[in-house]
Design a protein around this ligand. Structure first.
Ligand SMILES: [Zn+2]
Ligand SMILES: [Zn+2]
Length: 368
């Protein structure tokens, strides 16, 4: 190629590079949590605020944070009845979503139109997601708001059930159970930020409510640490498709798990395949009559802390996030490799109920 041509190509390449460099302002750090059979594992935060109520950021910044933090979906849920900045920011309920949605589609982050129904405690606050129009909910009558949310086919959940009531404990009124029975409220936060409302857990399971965990952030969020060692509180949604409708269907069906700190909460039928998809046991690379050495890799960003239920294997088995550990099994005699029965202490299916798992070692027949 002639020099003149080469120069021209260099300039074109430079121009393209300059354009490409402006596509995304921040790098995304994907969350390593695998899909499970039949479902995609979507990382979602369904509760946050902007300057349109008592938050400190413009709506687009919530999308930028979600992109950066590796999320699939967010809901903007500004307060309907509480707008302390209304002298400076016009109290227009539709604007947070309208402002954020274009950047959402550019970043590939699903933005859900939500609002926080904000009543005194008790009964407290409720988020309505997938609203078509928030304006009809701008009333002080909770019953009217709930009916309107139903008319719009919204998904409604109880927020931070113990806030301003008792530390980490909720007061569950007959009204809450009534709202759940009528399916006007279909879910409840179990975690809000770092707060856990543990006494809501059993009540929610009995009332077949979907469990959620959200950041409820009002301030700008810090960027994630490497491998999300510290992360915002999230709801994992197991969806048939990565769309707003897919999320709604999964929320209605109760297919969620909650990730708060190092804890995952969810139904066993979701946590078990998630654990199985995240953890890989390699065939032994060293085997004598009495010893087998093998590698176990945790491909996820969640550390797993296991305790032996009985049978062979170490009493405690720690599988750090994103790492491979070496397991040494001492065997009584030359025998087929056993299966290892453990509980995962930080994966909970109900209060004080860790997930049981069986590690099948390659080369053994399951069930032996
Ligand atoms: Zn609230
Ligand atoms: Zn809130």
């Amino acid at each position: 190629m002639h020099n003149a041509h080469r120069n021209r190509w260099n300039w074109i390449a430079l121009a393209l590079f300059a354009l490409a460099a402006h596509v995304a302002a921040v790098d995304r750090q994907d969350i390593r949590l695998p899909d499970i059979p039949r479902y995609q594992t979507l990382k979602c935060d369904f509760h946050m605020h902007t300057v349109f109520s008592d938050g400190q950021v413009w709506p687009t910044w919530r999308v930028e944070e979600a992109w950066r933090d590796g999320l699939d979906a967010i809901a903007l849920t500004d307060h309907i009845e509480y707008q302390p900045k209304k002298e400076d920011v016009l109290p227009r309920l539709q604007r947070p979503f309208e402002i954020a949605q274009d950047l959402g589609s550019e970043r590939g982050v699903i933005v859900i139109r939500g609002a926080e129904i904000t009543k005194a405690v008790p009964p407290g606050h409720f988020n309505a997601l997938f609203l078509a129009d928030i304006t009809p909910l701008a009333t002080n009558n909770l019953a009217v708001q709930m009916e309107e949310a139903r008319k719009q086919d919204a998904f409604v959940f109880w927020n931070h059930p113990g806030w301003r009531v008792k530390v980490n404990e909720a007061v569950i009124l007959p009204l809450h159970s009534e709202l759940a029975a009528q399916k006007l409220v279909q879910g409840t936060e179990l975690f809000n930020g770092s707060d856990l409302y543990s006494n809501v857990w059993s009540w929610a399971l009995q009332n077949k409510l979907t469990l959620l965990a959200n950041s409820d952030t009002h301030t700008p969020l810090d960027p994630p640490l490497a491998n999300h060692a510290k992360h915002r509180t999230l709801t994992l949604v197991f969806a048939k498709e990565r769309t707003a409708d897919g999320i709604k269907e999964a929320l209605r069906a109760g297919r969620t798990a909650l990730w708060a700190g190092d804890i995952l909460v969810g139904p066993g039928e979701l946590l078990a395949p998630l654990f199985a998809a995240a953890v890989q046991v390699a065939p032994p690379h060293h085997r004598t009559a009495k010893v087998a050495l093998l590698k176990i890799t945790n491909h996820s960003d969640v550390p797993f802390n296991l305790t032996r239920k009985g049978g062979p294997g170490p009493t405690k088995l720690e599988l750090p996030a994103g790492k491979t550990v070496l397991l040494k099994l001492t065997l009584a005699a030359k025998q087929p490799l056993p299966t290892l029965d453990y509980t995962v202490d930080n994966l909970l299916t109900a209060p004080d109920t860790p997930l049981p798992v069986t590690l099948t070692l390659p080369g053994t027949t399951p069930g032996k």
